[in-house]
Design a protein around this ligand. Structure first.
Ligand code: SF4
Length: 469
């Protein structure tokens, strides 16, 4: 009986490991067994049974129930998007995602979603970032929901797979530090080693802790939460690496049609869930409060006014490429970026890029022309850098097919401008109340428009106060 129980627990732990880490040996084994993508759209009765048996799963609407692997791949992303953006999000619509019995289907659907995204989108795209974030969040929630006995065992099993548990050097966290998924201050270090285990912590620090119970200090400073953070960040990093690898391979290998179809479905789902950013006035969809309106030059802060008039050779490049490009694009399209969401791209608000091409780029290029000497005459490469800072990669003009090759940069803070572009910062009275040129613009726009208590004005003021970054 004892042997039977230990086999059951071992099996259970193996399943849980793949449920938490699709890159585990168990996860890879599951994918190898599945092999083909030909039946991913076929109704899968085993999957349906697990979904329907999931505790508290909402069964009132067929739309909540994944019927096959392809559905499950899309629903994983949908879960994350709705959790993030939808005020009406109901956990019970997706309870199946936190049912460990779904592990086998979940692992396969993870790889299907990752491949579909990597084929259709750039590794730096918003879609790739959502896939990575979704995986990190799922792991955190799944760990939270595990019974304590499975949780401890799973944590140790996962750490053993991911790092050499007894002896993690801080340098092995290099990729996580580089990609800012973790900060050095998040972990306890001693002689270059990351301390995770209680025994190790007590051996090293027990004598040095005065007036506190060392065990409690361990629970407070490290405990399971640091292990969980390292695990989820590491798996996010693996997911990122995997997306890059598949994206590279996709340029030489013809993708399976099922992956192209699923990539399309994921793109539609992401658009639907972020639709609050587009439409008249930028409202609609899941409760946005964004106002994309024509630029108001009389609300520009002094640093932007001076940049538009033209800048001398010392500061030209940074003023146009870094400061004005981000300021003009966000002020025109997404002034409340600091309040809302950073995984937005220009086409969410300007789907055909008409505003970008007809209003934003001409303003930036005119300012570049006003420089002394004109920026692009001297340095034509900077034209490409402007396009790159809008999120369209290094190309001559913004095109939807290239969006996501680079990041859409948010405006730099006043502190940074004062350091790097000090000659442009000539603060006026409004500057005392803000920390970023964009928040200056939002506040000033509100002041200029302030003609009563209408809701639009209140929203703009709210945005201005939030955008102090
Ligand atoms: S304080 Fe900020 S907004 Fe005002 S001029 Fe200086 S950099 Fe621009």
């Amino acid at each position: 009986m004892a042997k039977f129980l230990s086999i059951v627990l071992l099996r259970l732990n193996m399943v849980i490991l793949s449920y938490l880490n699709p890159f585990s040996t168990e996860g890879e084994e599951i994918v190898r067994e599945q092999g083909s993508l030909d039946d991913v759209f076929e109704i899968n009765t085993d999957l349906l049974r697990i979904v329907m048996d999931s505790k508290s799963q909402n069964l009132s609407n067929d739309n909540y129930i994944p019927q096959n692997y392809a559905d499950l791949a899309v629903k994983r992303l949908e879960w994350y998007l709705r959790k993030k953006y939808d005020k009406k999000y109901d956990h019970n619509d997706y309870a199946f995602l936190l049912n460990p019995n779904i592990a086998q289907f979940d692992v396969i659907s993870f790889y299907i979603a990752a491949q579909a995204i990597a084929i259709k989108f750039n590794p730096n795209s918003r879609e790739s970032r959502l896939m990575i974030e979704c995986q990190g969040r799922l792991i955190e929630e799944r760990l939270e929901k595990l019974p304590p006995i499975n949780r401890k065992e799973s944590l140790n099993g996962l750490l053993n797979q991911i790092v050499t548990q007894d002896n993690i050097k801080w340098t092995s966290l290099g990729p996580l530090l580089d990609s800012k998924k973790i900060k050095l201050t998040d972990v306890i270090l001693d002689k270059g080693k990351v301390i995770l285990e209680k025994d190790d912590f007590l051996t090293r620090f027990e004598d040095k802790i005065i007036g506190r119970v060392p065990e409690k200090m361990y629970d407070l400073l490290i405990g399971d939460k640091i292990k969980e953070m390292i695990i989820s960040r590491m798996i996010m990093q693996y997911t990122e690496n995997y997306l890059k690898k598949v994206h590279e391979m996709a340029s030489t290998i013809e993708p399976h049609p099922a992956l192209l179809e699923i990539g399309e479905q994921i793109a539609v789902k992401i658009k639907e869930n972020m639709s609050y950013l587009s439409g008249p006035g930028g409202s609609g969809g899941f409760g946005g409060n964004i106002k994309a309106t024509a630029l108001q030059p009389n609300a520009f802060p002094p640093c932007i006014g001076k940049t538009i008039e033209g800048v001398g050779s010392g500061n030209r490049n940074d003023a146009i490429v870094l400061l004005l490009t981000s300021f003009a694009s966000y002020a025109r399209l997404y002034p409340s970026v600091f309040r809302n969401e950073s995984t937005t791209k220009i086409s969410d608000i300007d789907p055909d890029l008409k505003i970008t091409l007809n209003e934003i780029i001409p303003l930036i290029f005119q300012a570049a022309d006003n420089c002394n000497p004109p920026l692009f005459e001297d340095d034509p490469q900077e034209k490409l850098n402007v396009i790159a800072k809008l999120g369209f990669g290094v190309h001559k003009e913004p095109e939807l097919k290239n969006e996501g090759e680079s990041k859409w940069y948010t405006p730099m803070s006043c502190d940074k401008i004062k350091i790097h572009l000090s000659s442009l910062c000539k603060p006026d009275a409004t500057c005392k109340k803000i920390g970023n040129p964009l928040s200056y613009y939002n506040r000033k726009t509100w002041e200029l428009r302030n003609s009563g208590d209408n809701e639009d004005n209140a929203q703009t003021k709210e945005s201005s106060e939030d955008a102090q970054t």
